[in-house]
Design a protein around this ligand. Structure first.
Ligand code: UD1
Ligand code: UDP
Length: 432
């Protein structure tokens, strides 16, 4: 076709690290004798050029509720940059219902859904299923960059599969450490293994950056971003507080909440607390409820059977304890705002609550999130009954102690973490 138009074309193709980057086209002046021919030729060339012009390929992989909440702002940020990046989302569905609730709210439609959750799943099957099922996805899409988040089995297994495939691994929420492989279990191991496999580390705080530097990671591979959980929270709070926002779960909560009582919001699920730990937690909550009829405990119970079973067995039928199903994100953050204090072993909840000025008692012995403890908005109470009860009572009875802990200070971010991650990746790709 080009010969027919009598046009001489030279394509200068630059190969750099096997990536086709720049095309230049030269038209022979002698052949420019007809406007129509010129027009056709140029549009033909444009078609060739755009067909070959390669976007960088991002694959964002996650599997559980908290990963979805914390990845949602990053997905939206990358989608805004669709000229430079082709971004696809793969969910392992390590969680099912609790993950789908988040996808709905943030309007995320996964490109790949591995649908792996099994009832009462174990770590052996889950880990191997994730690796095996990611192989065809990685081979189909051939991502340049794979993004994993935090510390779950999905995080670690997806990082390993991506490493096998040769994609660059980007770890969001990198560098959190307790240096105790048993606590949190297996999350501390997941974090350390993921770090070894990671090319680019996105550390939420200076503390987490320092952990990585002390472990010998190259400083140039680390970017301090803040935590994307705060990006999600700001987005969520604005949406939930908008005058035209309606939500069935929030309407139902309004019927459950007793306005004459102070709300204590409880969540818990950590594996190292399963068994004895959960029994002590439930006994503490029962005692708090009995001794404080002026307080109402609301507990959206995690779907893990190792949590659901003891919680419903030990806490059902108590007048001022409301056990409810896990809430979708908008209803949960609405309820956080309405609460007086939070008792939790959740990582994400202890990062969110300080932004809302809510004191948090954390039912864990160790923490990879020391920043809020230092800032004075979080206290570690472990699963020791006396400690959970005495610290709760202090906050219920001592106004000064309560105000000391309810300062709105958030060491975990300013809502711009996702922007920083995308900017950092842009710089890396310019240097490719
Ligand atoms: C997982 C993560 C943990 C993370 C938590 C967030 C691992 C090893 N654990 O713990 O790091 O903090 O998610 O919540 O990666 N289930 C459902 N529906 C759901 C979700 C779970 O029925 O939507 C039940 C299933 O029976 C499932 C079980 O919970 O087998 C356990 O799920 P799993 O992801 O293995 O452990 P979590 O305790 O949820
Ligand atoms: N969350 C939610 N519904 C609930 C309980 C929690 O949407 O019923 C949100 C919460 O706002 C936080 C995240 O889930 O962002 C925390 O998830 P989880 O405690 O399961 O995991 P972790 O953060 O401990 O890994």
């Amino acid at each position: 076709m080009l010969k027919k138009f009598g046009v001489k074309i030279t394509l200068l193709i630059h190969f750099k690290k096997q990536k086709l980057l720049i095309f230049s086209v030269l038209l022979d002046n002698k052949s420019r004798n007809c406007d129509e021919t010129k027009q056709n030729t140029i549009s033909y060339i444009c078609t060739i050029v755009s067909a070959y012009k390669m976007k960088l390929k991002n694959l964002i992989i996650f599997g559980t509720r908290p990963e979805a909440i914390k990845m949602a702002p990053l997905i939206h940020e990358f989608k805004k940059n669709s000229v430079k990046f082709e971004t696809r989302v793969c969910i392992t569905a390590q969680h099912r219902e609790m993950l789908d609730q988040v996808l709905d709210f943030f309007n995320i439609k996964p490109d790949y859904d591995l649908n792996l959750m099994r009832p009462s799943q174990n770590l052996y099957h889950l880990t191997s299923d994730i690796i095996l099922n990611l192989k065809p996805v990685l081979e189909d899409f051939k991502p340049d960059f794979v993004y994993v988040h935090g510390d779950t089995t999905t995080t670690m297994a997806a990082a390993l599969a991506s490493f096998y495939h040769g994609s660059k691994v980007c770890h969001i929420e990198a560098g959190l450490r307790t240096y105790n492989l048993q606590s949190p279990f297996p999350e501390e191991m997941n974090r350390q293994v993921t770090t070894v496999l990671t090319n680019f580390n996105f550390a939420p705080t200076e503390t987490s950056k320092n952990n990585l530097v002390n472990e010998g990671r190259d400083e140039k591979s680390i970017c301090v971003t803040g935590n994307t959980v705060i990006d999600a929270l700001f987005y969520g709070i604005e949406k939930v507080n908008a005058p035209n926002f309606t939500d069935n779960e929030i309407d139902n909560l309004k019927k459950i909440i007793r306005n004459d009582k102070r709300l204590i919001l409880v969540t818990g699920h950590r594996r190292e607390n399963h068994g004895e730990g959960f029994i002590r937690i439930c006994e503490s909550l029962r005692q708090i409820a009995e001794q404080h009829p002026d307080a109402q405990i609301i507990y959206p119970v995690h779907l893990n059977p190792n949590v659901k079973r003891p919680v419903y067995e030990l806490l059902s039928g108590i007048d001022n304890i409301s056990l409810i199903a896990p809430l979708a994100y908008p209803a949960f953050i609405w309820l956080m705002e309405k609460s007086y204090l939070l008792i939790t072993d959740s990582g994400g909840v202890q990062e969110e609550a300080p932004s809302l000025g809510k004191p948090v008692l954390v039912m864990r012995d160790t923490t990879e999130r020391p920043e809020a403890v230092t800032a004075g908005t979080v206290i570690l109470v472990g699963t020791v009954k006396e400690k959970i009860i005495s610290e709760t009572e202090r906050l219920l009875n001592d106004e000064h102690a309560y105000h000391q802990m309810s300062k709105v200070i958030n060491p975990y971010g300013d809502g711009k973490a996702s922007e920083r991650i995308v900017e950092f990746i842009m710089i890396q790709t310019d240097e490719l």
